[in-house]
Each structure stands twice: as C-alpha cells, then as structure tokens.
Design a protein around this ligand. Structure first.
Ligand code: 1QQ
Length: 417
C-alpha cells in the first residue's frame, strides 16, 4: 500500500490552517473572473516556503463598476497609493502587503459576492469596503460571521459599527460631518429661513443623512418647509424640483448619490432656483462635475478630509495623488488610503507579538481586529482612533464649495476658511 509522503501532508495541513497563499499550490482554488489585482503588484501572493507568507493579502471590496463607481474608483486610487507607499517603506517588517480587489458593483448582492470571494477564496486578513452603507448592511454581516475585520472607507450611515465586533469605520458618520455644511450655508447667507430637503428613499446612507440634515435645520431654528423624495435611479426630477421651488426656499439640501444628485442640482438650477444648495456625502466627488457642469457652481459639501492637512503621511499621499491625477486628492481616496494604513499599522503591532507570516489565518484575523481597535493612527485624515465599538474618533472636519471654471466643464472643490 502506498503511503502518502510527509511533505504533501505537511503542505495540506499548512494550507488548511493558514488558508492564505495556498491558492498557487492548491488547484481547487482558482481566482474568479472579476478578481483583479493592483498593477503595482500583479503577482499573486505566494508562499515563500511551506507555511510562510510572501505577501499579506488585504481585500479591497469597493464599487469599480455601476453608477457607484463614480465614488468607488476614487477609493481604488487611494488604496493603490497606500499599497505602494507602505510597501516602499518595507511593508510589515519586510513582508509586503498585497491588495486584492473584488468589484462590488453598486448593489447589495455584488457586495455580498465580493466579500465572500475575498474571505473564502482570496483569504484576505481584512477588508476595506464596501462603498455604500446600503451595501454594508448586507455584506458586513458575512464578514462578521467569518470573523474577518472590516474597515468601512465610506459608510457614514447611523449604525455601521454596531453591525458587529469586526466592523469599524474610517469614515466619520453623517451625524458629525453633515451639520458643518448647514453652518457654512448660514454663514454665507444669514437670512436663510425656509429650507427644502431632498433625499433618495432607496438608499440607507441618504435616509440616515437626511435625518441629520432635517434635525440640524430644526435645531438651528430654520423652517423645514418641504421634504421631497426620489430614487438613486431617477433621472427626471421635474415634479419634486417644481414642488420645492414653489415654496421659495432659501436653501436646498440634497442627500443622494453622484449621478442622481448631480442631475437634481442641474434641474433645480434650470428651473430657476437661485439659492444655496448643499450636497451630501454622496455628491462628494469631482465626478459630479460632469453631470451638473457649470450649474454645479457654488454647491457646498462637508468634508472629512482636507488635502492641506499638515502631517508627513498626508504630504506624501497628496504628492503621490497629484503626481498621478493632476488634481487634489478627494476625501474618498484619503479614506481608502487610511483604511489600508490602519491595517498596515495594526499588522505591524500584531507582528511584534507573533509573526503574521506564520499565524493561522483565523488567529491573525482576530488578533488584527483586536489590535486595530486599540491603536492610534496619524493618517491623512489627521489623528484617529476607534471606540471599542469601532466608531472612528476624528477631530477635524471641513466644508468645501464647488468652483467651476469659465469653461463650465472643469472645476474644483475650494475649502472654506
Ligand atoms: C454611505 C456614503 C456614501 C455616499 C459614500 C460613497 O457615505 O453610503 O454611507
């Protein structure tokens, strides 16, 4: 009778327990068609010898396709800059990180599929994603059950860290970010009285953000004159826009995503609205400029990031982003960079106690989660830390105003003092 040799047996046990880096040797694990890797590190993680990792795989599960890619592509850019930046600095004490990208598309099922692939097939140590809160409420419970740490790069709705022990966010919640825009609007026009609020009723973030905006309006003694609803898939806003304009508001506040929000701004202006417009976090991308063009001019948007933040890592991040894209880095890129950074710093701290290249994957995921929650990080967003529940502690917030160039095509976010 043939006896199995010791070596394949050892390898099998190693793959089953370590789970990572065995995709190359275990032929039952093949990448899906949608799996992509960063061009800066196209090689897959490989075991440098049986049982040790040559690279630490971190999952990036954000929207690379669909309308939500208007937001998600900025996250891809930020994550890739972080991968290069931290690997140039030596990775995790000499072992590089390797980002594994899975496209979530714009809906819940896409996010669930991407998370499952990252967890079960790509064997990542943690995930930065998804793009929308609407997706997080469906996909995060999968990571929670698998005990895989998630850092939300852009999930700002109420209730995200409360999804579970393994869910934290580097994206400050709407409750602390959004009111800053209302204050800025009141400063620009102290005569504001009547406010019209719009929100996308099929999106969890938009519903959460509008609650904050509506509360802020009332708390500031303004009149919440009308609340208009739409869908993120809508393109025609004539009836809601007309309803709002008829009550002659001095301020209009929009909670939606980039494409719908941009079209709504455009149609409000075309119908003659001249007052201030506040856009929520879903409009916080220069990708909105190609939707509302010259009519985007003047829109106020609260920010959880300023390109001018003075610390070493932000200077490096800003320089890398500007070198590549010839413009200032946007908030979603900075938040994705920060997500990768928190994993890197926490992995280093874990490594100091027990080598991350040889820990069983389940242990590493759990140790990483505990560690990241207790660390302090000096990031492009400034100094951050987490509450035990996974909520971000962040100090500085800003408001920017869209300033369109005379050509009506190009424009920028100007940060208000
Ligand atoms: C959320 C958001 C999105 C608009 C960011 C892309 O803040 O879904 O929570």
């Amino acid at each position: 009778m043939r006896q199995p040799t010791a070596r394949p047996f050892t390898l099998f046990v190693t793959c089953a327990s370590l789970l990572i880096a065995c995709g190359q040797t275990n032929t039952t694990q093949t990448p899906t068609a949608s799996s992509t890797t960063s061009p800066s590190s196209a090689a897959s993680p490989t075991a440098s010898s049986a049982g040790t990792l040559a690279a630490i795989p971190i999952g990036i599960g954000v929207a690379q396709t669909s309308n939500v890619a208007l937001l998600g592509q900025e996250e891809v850019a930020g994550a890739k800059i972080a991968e290069k930046y931290f690997n140039d600095k030596g990775g995790i004490d000499g072992t590089p990180i390797k980002l594994v990208f899975q496209d979530t598309g714009g809906d819940e099922q896409g996010a669930i599929n991407a998370f499952q692939t990252l967890i079960n097939q790509d064997k990542v140590v943690g995930i930065v994603g998804p793009t929308l809160s609407q997706q997080a409420f469906s996909a995060d419970p999968i990571a929670e059950r698998a005990k895989v740490p998630v850092l939300a790069p852009s999930n700002t709705a109420k209730g995200i860290p409360q999804i579970g022990e393994y869910i934290a966010r580097v994206s400050a919640p709407v409750a602390v970010v959004a009111p800053n825009a209302v204050e800025a609007a009141m400063k620009q026009n102290p005569k504001i009285k009547k406010v019209a609020v719009f929100f996308a009723q099929n999106d969890a973030f938009s519903k959460s953000e509008t609650e904050t905006f509506q509360k802020t309006v009332k708390d500031k003694g303004l009149e919440l004159a009308t609340v208009q609803k739409f869908l993120t898939t809508d393109t025609d806003f004539q009836s809601q826009a007309t309803n709002a304009i008829n009550i002659q508001p001095d301020l209009i506040i929009i909670s939606g995503l980039a494409a719908d929000g941009g079209n709504l701004i455009k149609q409000l202006r075309e119908l003659g609205y001249k007052g201030i417009i506040i856009g929520g976090n879903g409009l916080n991308t220069s990708n909105v400029l190609s939707v509302c063009k010259a009519l985007c001019d003047g829109v106020l948007i609260a920010q959880a990031y300023s390109p001018e933040h003075e610390n070493e890592v932000n200077k490096a991040f800003r320089e890398a982003y500007r070198g590549q894209f010839k413009k200032e880095p946007p908030q979603f890129s900075a938040q994705a960079f920060t997500g990768v950074m928190v994993f890197v710093e926490a992995l280093k701290a874990v490594n100091a106690k027990s080598k991350v290249t040889t820990q069983p994957l389940a242990d590493l995921r759990t140790n990483l989660n505990s560690q990241l929650l207790i660390g302090k990080y000096d990031t492009p967003l400034g100094e951050i830390s987490f509450t035990p529940e996974g909520e971000i502690n962040q100090k500085a917030f800003y408001v920017a105003q869209i300033k369109m160039d005379a050509d009506g095509v190009n424009g920028k976010f100007v940060f208000l003092k």
